[in-house]
Write a protein that binds this ligand. Structure first.
Ligand code: AHG
Ligand code: MN
Ligand code: MN
Length: 359
């Protein structure tokens, strides 16, 4: 190649990169302009719009009235609701109104699914979402996120309870999160790998920044709220004691799952939210927190488990059901599981030994 041609090639590459927007990327991934591919691309584009609206409000939160603090209400989870939780919840509803794409939305902040009846004859998709993940970080201007998953509605759901949503995470068509940090990023998968986009504020577009992300098989980070140590079961404490005695581990915990998982996706390690005495099933909700993140992390070559079962195999018994979560690098999740399984095995062995002692 001559020196004269080179600047044009460089410029073309830069332009190609700048034009790889989220909706275009979805179509490229599906190698198709079919109606289904167009739907999915349009849905992702709407999610991107919601992310931009939320990012805009967060970026000026300290300057505006009525953005920070609590509403005074308690949600269906028994948790105090923040004003940003309500705003972000409504943003997702608004962007899908009259879109013809999503018939139903289910979120952490709503007891029952929200129907958009005018969309239902056309779009049979359901959006499951956590509008603001890590809302305790909002008032102190630290990173928060949004988590989402898309499922196909099955049946007519006549009494509008969302019964067909009580299926395992392998039913998800797409999943992802938005991280509102120093820059706003959207990470998604439609079952063809995991891809990250960064919001370019000058363009108002999410532009591809990392394609086909692979999580390291092992990483140095362990991310868990150690303040709950005495509330955990013994195998989890054994694992943490093990980590404390090994060289090469480092603790990172931000109080917002999205940020903690994002770090682990790129650098490797494990995030844990096990059952506690107060919450035996843990804190995190399957349908709009654990299952979407499990879908992503598996797509990136990692693992997500309850300790005894893959998260994607768990069938929730209610829309807001919770489950323990161990998620991250394959080797690290498997190691935590081995502590849980070893303890169960030791207990079995002791029970057998006891039953053999002559009475
Ligand atoms: P949310 O703000 O959606 O209720 O989620 C908060 C979650 C999660 O983001 C985070 O990892 C975890 O709660 C933190 O809980 P602890 O304060 O109990 O560690
Ligand atoms: Mn959350
Ligand atoms: Mn939330």
């Amino acid at each position: 190649m001559s020196n004269v041609e080179q600047p044009f090639v460089v410029q073309e590459q830069a332009l190609d990169r700048d034009c790889t927007t989220l909706s275009r990327h979805v179509l490229q991934q599906l190698h198709s302009f079919s109606a289904d591919a167009q739907d999915l691309s349009a849905i992702m584009n709407r999610i991107a719009l919601a992310a931009k609206l939320i990012a805009r409000r967060l970026s000026r939160a300290g300057l505006l009235e009525g953005v920070l603090g609590f509403t005074g209400d308690v949600n269906v989870q028994g948790e105090s609701v923040k004003k940003m939780d309500v705003y972000a919840n409504d943003v997702f509803i608004s962007v899908f109104k009259q879109s013809g794409l999503v018939c139903r939305l289910a979120s952490e902040e709503m007891e029952k699914p929200y129907y958009i009846p005018e969309n239902c004859p056309i779009g049979r998709y359901t959006l499951l979402y956590d509008p603001i993940d890590g809302s305790s970080n909002v008032d102190i201007n630290i990173n928060v996120g949004s988590i989402f998953a898309i499922r196909q509605q099955e049946g007519t759901d006549e009494n509008q309870t969302g019964g067909d949503l009580l299926q395992n995470g392998r039913k998800q068509i797409a999943a992802g999160y938005v991280l509102y940090g120093p820059s706003t990023m959207l990470v998604y998968s439609i079952g063809t790998g995991v891809h990250a986009f960064t919001l370019d504020p000058s363009l108002g577009e999410f532009i591809l920044s990392s394609e086909n992300i692979q999580i390291p098989n092992h990483g140095p980070i362990y991310s868990v709220n150690e303040g709950n140590f005495w509330q955990w079961e013994e195998p989890l404490r054994d694992y943490i004691r093990y980590v404390h005695r090994q060289e090469g581990y480092t603790a990172r915990y931000g109080g917002a799952l999205v940020g903690d998982i994002h770090r682990i996706l790129f650098q490797g390690g494990v995030f844990l939210y096990p059952g506690t005495v107060k919450k035996p099933e843990g804190k995190l909700r399957l349908l709009y927190e654990s299952a979407p993140l499990a879908f992503l992390i598996e797509q990136a070559g990692g693992r997500a488990s309850t300790g005894t079962e893959d998260i994607l195999d768990v069938v929730p018994n209610a829309i807001h059901a919770r489950s323990p979560l161990l998620i991250g690098s394959k080797e690290d999740v498997t190691l935590v599981e081995s502590f849980i399984q070893k303890r169960a095995w030791d207990e079995d062995k002791n029970a057998i030994a006891r039953s053999r002692v002559p009475q």
